[in-house]
Ligand binder design. Structure first.
Ligand code: GLA
Length: 388
């Protein structure tokens, strides 16, 4: 009996660690996803064009790796119940081979419900079979979107029973993916319901969406990004909070707003999944997405998510501790007009003078003693790497 109790205690403490030992997502995943720009239009030709552009634009060399097909690729099941792609994707295996030939990885999407959000075929009752199909195609990443299962959950007698349906469904697909022997990164998408950050790693998630859907508007992006305060302790190598995909380059925000988007996501150790059309993007969009120093903050080896240090009217200061002992510090202006912010680095644990490097301007600001007074553009950010 005692042995059993000890075994249960051991499992309880080590299971999350085991779930992360697959080596997947040691850093927040980087790549691209079809949904934000292409929605239901995504097809084989678009995926190939994105893979090519990811290489030619320099994004692959900047660290972007996954090309992820979101909802609407799904076709009918065959007589044996095997999922098939619809006519937009004539040969998924050939597509995966093509993406792999570019040095990239291919991701796909499904739902634990009978139907996906866009009402295509989901994985309910076919989890193992679908995982095996993905592995046979050469898939490297699965986004598993709750949607269809919410109907089953609503029918549950209590909220605890509904929660269990969800946990079981996510665990089931995780086990199915692992049983294939192919390393497939596992992305949970259930919009942050039931404080997913508290149990996402336990069901094997390498990342989990913490919010509803982003859109290409400053108000939505800011509400999501600045709403992530306090979640840092739940993230780390192998298991990340996911405030949703990037909108950079989709045209609905100013360059300063997109800099806020990138900086905030980097401080949050968020997955960087571009959501624009890589095959037609401007040089400005490329430079927003590939800023080496900003990506280095996001991908920092310590894997410690940052947090809000202060909020004073429209000025928010966020900081993230980096592996080399420095801090990434974002000074954000949430109002419509430029303002002058005053920042005291002592509040972040620095003593006396500090050295600062401006990540977007790519320039040394020299030694700063006492209050740092800086102009921050409307909806913009001054993003620094600060060293004692
Ligand atoms: C949900 C998800 C989105 C996208 C769509 C596809 O809304 O949150 O990211 O995957 O479904 O239908």
């Amino acid at each position: 009996m005692m042995r059993l109790v000890l075994a249960v205690i051991w499992l309880f403490f080590t299971f999350p660690a085991i779930a992360q030992k697959d080596g997947l997502a040691a850093r927040p995943p980087m790549g691209w996803n079809s949904w934000n720009h292409f929605h239901r239009q995504v097809d084989d030709a678009i995926i190939r064009a994105q893979a090519e552009a990811m290489v030619s634009s320099g994004m692959r060399d900047a660290g972007y790796l996954y090309i992820n097909i979101d909802d609407t690729w799904e076709g009918e099941r065959d007589a044996k119940g095997n999922i098939q792609a619809n006519s937009k994707f004539p040969d998924m295996k050939a597509l995966a081979d093509f993406v792999h030939s570019k040095g990239l990885k291919l991701g796909i999407y499904s739902s634990p419900g009978a139907k996906t959000c866009a009402r295509f075929e989901g994985s309910l009752w076919h989890e193992l079979q679908d995982a095996q199909t993905y592995a046979a195609w050469g898939i490297d990443y699965l986004k598993y979107d709750l949607c269809g299962l919410r109907e089953e959950m609503k029918a549950a007698p209590t909220s605890e029973a509904a929660h269990k349906i969800m946990i079981d469904a996510y665990t089931k697909m995780h086990d199915a993916l692992r049983s294939t022997g192919r390393p497939i990164l596992y992305s949970l998408c259930q919009y942050g319901q039931d404080a997913v950050w508290e149990w996402g790693a336990d069901v094997g998630g390498n990342l989990w969406r913490t919010t509803g859907d982003i859109s290409d508007k400053y108000a939505t992006m800011a509400e999501i990004g600045f709403g992530q305060a306090g979640l840092g302790r739940f993230a780390g190598p192998g298991h990340w909070n996911d405030p949703d995909m990037l909108e950079v380059g989709n045209g609905g925000m100013t360059a300063d707003e997109y800099r806020t988007h990138m900086s905030l996501w980097a401080i949050l150790a968020a997955p960087l999944l571009a959501g624009n059309d890589l095959s037609t993007m401007t040089p400005e969009t490329v430079s927003l997405l590939t800023n080496h120093d900003v990506i280095a903050v996001d991908q920092d080896a310590a894997g410690k998510q940052g947090d809000r240090v202060s909020a004073e009217g429209p000025v928010e200061v966020w900081a993230r501790s980096l592996a080399d002992g420095s801090k990434a510090v974002g000074i954000f202006n949430r109002q419509h007009a430029a303002l002058v912010a005053r920042v005291d680095f002592a509040s972040m644990g620095f003593k006396g003078a500090v050295k600062a490097w401006d990540l977007w301007q790519e320039k040394e600001l020299g030694r700063i003693n006492g209050l740092f007074v800086i102009k921050v553009p409307a909806h913009g950010v001054v993003f620094l790497k600060v060293t004692q």
